[in-house]
Design a protein around this ligand. Structure first.
Ligand SMILES: [Zn+2]
Ligand SMILES: [Zn+2]
Length: 353
């Protein structure tokens, strides 16, 4: 059966003209130079795909923070243009999310002038997104659009409240420092030493959706619910704690989940940042984490093509991205009520809490 529509996902490309080296915790190798040909493979694949790939969601950290150490701002811009040259080959829109590595390379004002500000750049129709910049001088990177009748896609900014990107003098930076230092007593705020469980998320490389964006999200979901749309939400930082990875998590994930749980329209969230495949089923919502391009060895790939059907989505994985089917839980629950069955074994096994 033909999907209603298909789109591409890719996470944590983190390209840099840098020798391979291990990540901060010395557990995973990062293949920086291989990230560019790996991105090219993904774009080539989407262009040749017989299905019409309507658009791509780039889940953030498209270039690595080490670029700025290697050659300052000039190197950051040079590398960003190399990456964008690859993505520009794709004929449809590319939706960019802001990751911590974007904010190591650029200020928010600079990002607004770059192709990464996809809220205005490269989107096919101005009718379907709601930028809402006009009421506030602070630039907003979150927006929503309808890729197909009956669907609403929400692009979130995981760093709307964060230590990164706003500048030392900004009240957001000061507020974020207060949040962090009230929990994290380390001198190096990227370190989770001494923090337990989900408190390990209070590190500088994470951030929060924040109050104004949560309020906006609530309104978007209410409107989607009224219009009987299915909603998929995209953010760089995971929305749900995985039992094996509690550090890469939104500071205000509990408040965000509280909102998501109020609406039955949300079917899935997608995130990067963790650099690993992770999946958790939470109530009606599939939380899907896409692994990083930069940690995929040469000769392999890391991207996915998602087919959207009326009752499910199919993630067609390439390389380190695993293929999986996610049935909308609203349909499963309705069936369970109808036939008195229980959730499948796989669903129970994947349920982390
Ligand atoms: Zn990353
Ligand atoms: Zn990240």
């Amino acid at each position: 059966m033909e999907p209603q529509f298909s789109f591409g996902v890719i996470a944590d490309v983190q390209y840099a003209d840098n020798d391979n080296c291990y990540n901060f915790s010395q557990t995973n190798m990062r293949y920086y130079r291989n990230a560019l040909p790996s991105l090219r493979n993904a774009v080539d694949h989407w262009m040749k795909d017989k299905r019409n790939i309507s658009f791509v969601v780039q889940l953030g950290d498209v270039i690595d923070g080490c670029n700025t150490k290697n050659g300052g701002k000039a190197e950051s811009w040079r590398v960003l243009s190399l990456v964008m040259d690859e993505l520009d080959q794709f004929p449809g829109p590319v939706h960019h999310l802001i990751g911590n590595h974007e904010l190591y390379n650029f200020t928010r004002d600079e990002l607004c002038e770059s192709k990464l500000f996809s809220v205005v750049n490269g989107f096919m129709s101005t009718q379907n997104y709601n930028c809402a910049r006009e009421d506030d001088s602070r630039k907003k990177f979150y927006y929503h659009f309808s890729p197909f009748e009956g669907y609403r896609f929400v692009i979130m900014d995981s760093y709307d409240v964060a230590m990164l990107g706003w500048g030392e003098d900004c009240s957001v930076t000061q507020q974020s420092r207060e949040i962090l230092t009230s929990v994290n007593f380390n001198k190096e705020l990227n370190s989770p030493v001494g923090l337990k469980g989900n408190d390990r998320r209070f590190v500088e490389f994470n951030g929060a959706i924040g109050e104004r964006q949560r309020q906006w999200l609530k309104e978007v979901l209410q409107s989607a619910e009224n219009d009987n749309e299915k909603v998929m939400i995209f953010g760089h930082i995971p929305f749900y704690p995985h039992k094996k990875d509690q550090m890469c998590l939104l500071w205000d994930y509990e408040l965000v989940l509280e909102i998501l749980h109020k609406f039955s329209c949300v079917v899935a969230t997608f995130a990067g940042h963790l650099h690993r495949t992770r999946y958790t089923l939470d109530a009606n919502i599939h939380h899907i984490c896409i692994p990083a391009v930069v940690e995929t060895p040469p000769g392999s790939d890391a991207f996915g093509t998602i087919d959207v059907y009326a009752n499910r989505i199919i993630l067609n994985g390439h390389g380190s991205v695993e293929s999986e089917e996610f049935i909308y839980r609203q349909n499963v629950l309705a069936q369970e009520v109808a036939v008195g069955s229980v959730a499948t074994k796989k669903e129970l096994a994947d349920h982390s809490i």
